[in-house]
Every structure is written in C-alpha cells, then in structure tokens.
Design a protein around this ligand. Structure first.
Ligand code: ADP
Ligand code: MG
Length: 678
C-alpha cells in the first residue's frame, strides 16, 4: 500500500480515488410492488452487472468494475474495515482523508455513513471511526500527545449552516487564506476526549439537520452534510523539538444524486432549484475536468461543496467514494447514472502527504499556553496578562500579529464541557478581585486575596487546556470499547477471508487460461468452425453492448447539454440584472475608474481594490486616530457595510444618511455594497 520511495512524506503518495459500490437490499415497497433485482454482484472480481429491464433483444447486461463491490448482504462492519479503516489509519499518521457517500435518495448513504444506533453491528462509518481513533490513542506510546476535534456542517441551497451551532439560523461564510487554505469562518469546533463525546456531537448534528430541513419544509436529501474530525498528534523528534502532525478526515453524506425536474419551476423557484443542485453538479464538473486530462481549469470555486472539498478531489487527501445503489428495476436509470459517475471518479489522481507542523494546529499552541500558565503560577501568579488573547476580539487584518488570534477567526474552539463557561468564570473572578481592590482599607489582605483568586483562575485555565490534550495509552474508549473490539476482530477475519479469496481467484484464472489455450488449438476444420462461431458470438455480444452504451451516452450528453444551456440562460439573466443595476446607479466615469483599480484575486476568489489603504474608510480611520476630539466617548457607527468617499465635509452625514445621490453626483459618503458584483 505504501507509495514508492521513502521520501513519500514530502512528495506525497500518488494514488487514485478509491471507488466502491454498495447495493442495498430491496425495501418493503419494492418487494410489495414486485420489483425485480436487476443487479448481480461479483465481489471476488469487484464487478457488478446491471440488466436493463427494457433491453433490446441481444443486449447484454452492463458491466462495471470498481475497487470493491458490496452486495445486499454486506455488513456495516465489513464496509468499515474494507473501506474506511485504511483511510482512518492514514489520518492517524497525519494524512488527510475523505469518505463520500454518493447516490440516489433512499439508497443507503446515511445508513452507510451514520447507520442505526440500535446495535453495535448496525453503526455506520462515522461512529466506527470514533471507536477506531480512540482505540488507536489507547494503544499509542505515552510520549505521544493527541488532540481531537470535530465540526459538523451542512450545505443547503449554497448556504452553510453549523449543525453544532447555537443559532441554527446563522449562515456561515466560506473563506480562504494562503497559509491554511479554505475554511468556514466561525464554525464551532469541539475538542473531544472520547468516542462518546463524538457520538453525542454526531447525534446533535443529525438532529439539527432533520429539524432544519423540516423548518424549511424541504427534504434533508437535498443537503450535503460534512462531518470533519481533526486528529493532531505530537511527538518528540530527533532534533529534540515537538513535532505536530495533523490529519483531517471529512465524512460526507452527499445530497441525493437523482435528477431534479426543473421544468415546472419558474422564477425564484427555478433559481433555487438551480442553486440546490449547484454543489452536486459542480462536483460532477470537477470530476470531469480532473479526469479528462485536457482541461487546465478545474471549477472548484463554483460551489461551496467543491471549495470545501478541494483537497479531497485531485489534491492532498486519501479519498474514497461509496456509490450507493438500489437493486430494483424501477431505479435502473438512476442506478446506471450513479455507476457511470462513480466510474469516472476512479480516474482521479490524488497526491497525499503527511501534514507536518501545519499553521492551524492547536496542540502546540495549547502546550505553549500551558507552559506559560505554569510559569506564571510558579511566579506566584503575579503575571496575569491584562489582555487575554483567548477572548480578545480580533477584528484587524494583520495576520502576522498573532497565530492565536487567527485561529479564532477560522473557527471557535469549544470543548465539550463548554470551555467558554470556564472562561466566563475566570473573567468574573478577575473582575471581582478588581472590584475588591477599590476598597481603601486593609489593602494587604485584599492584595493577597486577589493573588489567590488569580492563581486559582490560572490553575483552572491550565487544567482546562490540559484536559483537552490526550496522552497516548490513556483508555478513553468507555462504552465504545466493545465497538472497537468488534471492529478489530472482524478486521482480522476479513484479512483471512481476503487471502483465501485471493487464492481461489488465482486458481480460477489459471484454469480459465488453460481452457482458452486448449480451445485455440483446433484439430479439425469442423472444430475450427465451431470455435470461430463461438468467437463470433462473443464479438456480437460486445458489439451489442457497445451499441447500448453509445445510445446511453448520447442520451446522457443530451440531458447534460440541456442542463448546461439552462444554466447559461440563468447566468445570462443574472448578468443582465447586474448590468442594469450598475448602469443605473453608478455613473460611467466611476465605473471606468473602479474597473481600472480593481483586479481579480484568483487565490482567494475575490475582487480586490488596488491601494485599498487609500480608500475612504481607511483614510478616515487613519485621520480619526490623532484627533482625540470631544466625541471620543460616543459610540462609533458600524461602517462595515459602508464605503466612505474622500468628501468628508459633513461628518454628521454619517449619522443621518443622505438620500441617494443623483446619477451625476459627486461621490459623497454613501452606502454601497461591499463587494463589486462579479
Ligand atoms: P439515503 O441517505 O441514501 O437517502 P438512507 O440511508 O436513509 O438513504 O436509506 C433508506 C432506507 O433504507 C433506510 O430505512 C435504511 O435503513 C435502509 N437501508 C439502506 N441501506 C441499507 C442496507 N445496506 N441494509 C439494510 N437497510 C438499508
Ligand atoms: Mg440520507
């Protein structure tokens, strides 16, 4: 499995995306409707045959081969061990990993990813991952330290929702920074100490997913859910330094892949339908661009999903796609479409490498903070920092200032027992001590008390941080222990079964080769004729299947083209609207000026203004500082969505916004959208 060469760590291991197929059993409705099973799985050769219920005479069943194919009787544990286990093992070594469930609604994506809670055997990939990770930590060397955290988000209609957030109505922004890449701003990240914690997080997120869908009166099958587990581990290197490795695992339950009928929707509904499908169709386009080998542009930026999963497809990740299908004849079209989609994904090449000492690792930062706190405590708790970086607002744009701040801008790190509660307490204690200080009598006693409470607070804070870091060898499995044993035992059994199968397969192949060899040596003309007839038969079958394939592909292209055309029309209309707004509200000479000073930053996917330091807002900020005028104590208005011009003749015009200026007006302080329309 290891890539060639020992310097794989730096160069990365090149490997194709692994693709497996899972067929779920016929469900009650399909059985009642006397649906036929049209699939035939050959798990030994990782192939699946699908029979067309409306096949033309002589049309053979369609054959697809994958990295593995699981039949209707496959167990959750087998799926885990054969698909997820190798990836999670890599994540524990510091690689990124992704597991995607793709397929029509009702084919078992959620069953495969989350599973059922009723018995350990029915649990899906996500909970089995928890048991696996904490089992690994329990067995690790005690010099190894770990930090595990999790986030859970949902993309619906191109909006990102934090499934673990306090306010489910908030929509989050996808951002990008050159040093750490794409991230979701303000996403809640929970530091977890055991598999049960992770389980609670998953349950909470799943509940929010369903509640959200119900509130919006839509089916959760239209949303994508991404559960992300980050495992950081640190170990003392040969150079005497602590080295941190960080593996990120995305577990993705994609929206149902079935084609949405857009024909009846119009206006807002149509635009919504287009948007709802945007992430999934962009995923398809990304896959096409990656495998076609000719396109120089991969449209990752076109949707939230593909932006967030950019590394997973064609990038730095070990990736597996599980294509879920139904065996029923009535789903033939969607089944074939899913298998084709999955078949293309097999050709994506990824280059995964170990993430060493990444910028957004928390483990080292926590360790440094603990060390600092320890020192402060030793120095009699006198050195309490005035501005606690943990809670300080970081609204400035100076990234170099402090790493601690930047990580707070990416995500809010919370621990299961609500880290913030601890910090609120700490702050209250410090405030109290401060207030005591005001009393003039008995200063020494108060000073002593203050020091004590500060010390207490520091100790508490240190404990809080220490609790988050897990030490190798600690058994944190609790109830999940049985789950981990179940997984491990069946992994061994699976290995044995695999090697037996391998032997059998080899034997069969040898026999087959022998047979063909014998057949090829014709001893008489008659035999030759018979042999050639047989061959002809085979070739004819091939011809028929090629013909069927051709017509399928043509149909699919036709549908795809119609979709694209519809997209083009939609974008065209939007463009017209933007132009109309622009031409009506911004005089031409200013449009030209803006165009001259703006450029597209491909790295972060935004239009940027050149010399932004000289814009009205920034100039004003710079000028406001020296003038420590009378209105110093007045609350400043929120200018985050307002552009200011240089014309600052009337300061008060801010508080009482003027009517919109005329078409040829000079730029006065006025409101405008923050970003120029694309
Ligand atoms: P999806 O998430 O793809 O829409 P679900 O995971 O919700 O589909 O599955 C639909 C139904 O089929 C559920 O009731 C689920 O329990 C059942 N199901 C799916 N896959 C299997 C399987 N392999 N074995 C047994 N039941 C399954
Ligand atoms: Mg589902």
């Amino acid at each position: 499995m290891e890539g060639p060469g020992d310097n794989a760590a730096e160069l990365g291991e090149i490997e194709n995306v692994r693709v497996v197929v899972r067929v779920r059993p016929l469900n009650g409705k399909e059985l009642d409707g006397h649906c036929k099973n049209i699939t035939k799985v050959d798990s030994l050769n990782s192939e699946i045959l699908v029979e067309n219920p409306h096949a033309a005479p002589g049309e053979p069943p369609k054959l697809f081969s994958f990295d593995a194919v699981f039949d209707t009787d496959s167990s959750q544990v087998d799926i885990y061990n054969e698909t997820a286990r190798p990836i999670v093992d890599k994540v524990l070594q510091g690689y990124n990993g992704t597991i995607l469930a793709y397929g029509q609604t009702g084919t078992g994506k959620t069953y495969t990813m989350s599973g059922a809670k009723t018995s350990p055997q029915l649990r899906g990939i996500i909970p089995n991952t928890f048991a696996h990770i904490f089992g690994h930590i329990a067995k690790a060397d005690e010099n190894q330290k770990f930090l595990v955290r999790a986030t859970y988000l949902e993309i619906y209609n191109e909006e990102v929702r934090d499934l673990l957030g306090k306010d489910q109505n908030t929509r989050l922004e996808v951002k990008e920074r050159p040093d750490i890449g794409v991230f979701v701003k303000d996403l809640s990240g929970y530091v977890v100490n055991n598999a049960d914690d992770l389980d609670r997080i998953m349950t909470l997120g799943n509940k929010n997913r369903v509640v959200g869908a119900t509130a919006m009166n839509v089916s959760s099958s239209r949303s994508h859910a991404i559960f992300t587990i980050t495992v950081e581990s640190s170990q003392l290197g040969d150079d005497g330094e602590q080295h941190v490795k960080m593996g990120k695992l995305h577990l993705v339950d994609l929206a149902g892949s079935e084609r949405q009928s857009k024909t009846k929707a119009t206006g807002v509904r149509l635009r919504e339908a287009t948007k709802i499908n945007l992430s999934l169709s962009t995923l398809g386009n990304v896959i096409s661009a990656l495998v076609d080998g000719q396109s120089s542009h991969v449209p990752y930026r076109n949707s939230k999903l593909t932006r967030l999963l950019q590394d997973s497809l064609g990038g730095n990740s070990k990736t597996l796609m599980c294509a879920n299908i139904s065996p029923a004849d009535m789903n033939y079209d969607e089944t074939i479409s899913t298998l084709r989609y999955a078949n293309r994904a097999k050709n994506i090449k990824n280059r995964a490498r170990i993430n060493e000492d990444p910028k957004d690792a928390l483990l080292r930062q926590f360790q440094v903070e603990i060390e600092e706190l320890r020192k402060q405590l030793e120095e009699n708790g006198t050195g309490v920092s005035e501005s606690d970086p943990e809670t300080e607002d970081s609204d400035d744009n100076f990234e170099s200032k402090c790493d601690r701040k930047t990580r707070h801008r990416q995500s809010q790190i919370l621990s299961m027992d609500q880290l913030e509660d601890g910090e609120v307490e700490l702050r209250e204690k410090m405030d109290k001590a401060e207030r005591h200080d005001k009393s003039p009598d008995d200063k020494d006693v108060i000073e002593l008390k203050r020091t004590q409470s500060e010390k207490e607070a520091l100790r508490e804070k240190m404990q809080n941080l220490q609790n988050k870091i897990l030490v190798g060898g600690e058994n944190l499995l609790e109830k999940a222990e049985a789950q981990e044993q179940l997984l491990a035992a069946s992994a061994i059994e699976l290995d044995q079964r695999k090697s037996r199968e391998e032997q059998l397969k080899k034997a069969i192949e040898e026999k087959e080769a022998e047979r063909i060899d014998i057949e090829e040596k014709y001893s008489s003309l008659q035999e030759e004729a018979a042999g050639k007839t047989k061959k002809l038969g085979r070739v004819y079958t091939m011809l028929m299947s090629a013909k069927a394939e051709l017509s399928d592909l043509q149909q699919e292209h036709q549908r795809e083209m119609e979709d694209l055309l519809e997209g083009v029309r939609e974008i065209g209309r939007e463009l017209q609207l933007h132009e109309l707004v622009l031409n009506n509200y911004i005089p031409v000479q200013y449009q030209t000026m803006i165009e001259r000073y703006v450029h597209w930053n491909e790295d972060i996917g935004e239009w940027q203004l050149k010399c932004v330091a000289y814009t009205g807002n920034n100039m004003r900020k710079a000028q406001a500082t020296p003038s420590t005028g009378s209105n110093k104590d007045q609350p400043q208005p929120d200018l985050s969505n307002i552009y200011l011009s240089y014309n600052t003749g009337t300061e008060s015009s801010l508080a009482q916004p003027k009517k919109l200026r005329g078409r040829s007006g000079v730029p006065r302080p006025t409101t405008a959208h923050r970003r120029p329309p694309r």
